[in-house]
Every structure is written in C-alpha cells, then in structure tokens.
Design a protein around this ligand. Structure first.
Ligand SMILES: [Zn+2]
Length: 139
C-alpha cells in the first residue's frame, strides 16, 4: 500500500544525503517533530499489514485520536462501542461459552450488528438519525 506523501518524503530525504553538512543550528522541536513523524510512519506501515485485525476497520490511520469533550466514563463507553468490546457482546469469551446470538435474527451478537445491521433496531436507528440531524450543531 502506498501512503500519499511518503514517496515524496523518501525522495526528499534521499536528496538530503547529497547536501553538505553545515554547522547550522536548529531548534530541538524540529528534531522531535521529525522523530515523531518517523515513528508514526513506521507504526502505520506495521498497522497496514494488520488489515485482518478487526480493530483496523475501526481506526485504519494511526496517530489520530477521536477527541470528544466527554468525561472518563463516557469516553470509556464510546471507546468500547468503537472497538466492539462490551459485556453484552463479549462476556461469552470469559465464560468459555459459544458466541451469543441475536434473539431476533440469530446472527452473532456484536456491537456492529446491534447498531448497524439488525433489522429489529432499524426503526430506533431511523429515529436517532432523524433527531441527530435536528440537533446537529446544537451541542
Ligand atoms: Zn439481529
């Protein structure tokens, strides 16, 4: 996978090898920025090889965090929903039982199934979509 801008950065970095070394001073913050960018680039390359990891679809780009103005409790709830780890959907793992299935359609019970796929909750989803459209920008 090619990450836009990486090839340009690589070409610019290689061109820099031909530039004579000078005693020019620069702020440490510039070095830290470059170091951070290099780490994120390496991290992204590793993460791009993990496309079968279910968390890849949740956050394909590393280094970015979703920031809400939420308290800790609400942040934990949102993050658990994002990664699909809830007591309702994953407690079977701790109990050593088979995966819980949806009572309505007998599909594997996952957060995505409840929030996106299950027809049982489609009316509730439409209501939420309707009201979130009306309240958008009012929070
Ligand atoms: Zn269902």
């Amino acid at each position: 996978m090619v990450i836009r801008g990486n090839e340009d950065a690589d070409i610019a970095a290689k061109a820099g090898l031909d530039v004579a070394i000078t005693n020019m001073r620069f702020p440490v913050s510039d070095l830290l920025t470059c170091g951070n960018q290099l780490c994120v680039k390496e991290w992204q390359q590793l993460w791009n090889q993990c496309t079968s990891n279910k968390l890849y679809s949740v956050q394909p780009v590393v280094g970015r965090s979703v920031s809400f103005s939420l308290g800790r409790y609400d942040s934990v709830l949102i993050n658990r929903l994002r990664i699909g780890h809830t007591r309702l959907t994953n407690s079977y793992l701790l109990k050593g039982e088979s995966q819980t299935v949806c009572e309505a359609c007998h599909s594997p019970l996952t957060v995505k199934h409840i929030l996106v796929d299950c027809t049982r909750y489609s009316a509730a989803r439409q209501i939420i979509i309707f009201w979130s459209g009306h309240t958008q920008g009012r929070f």
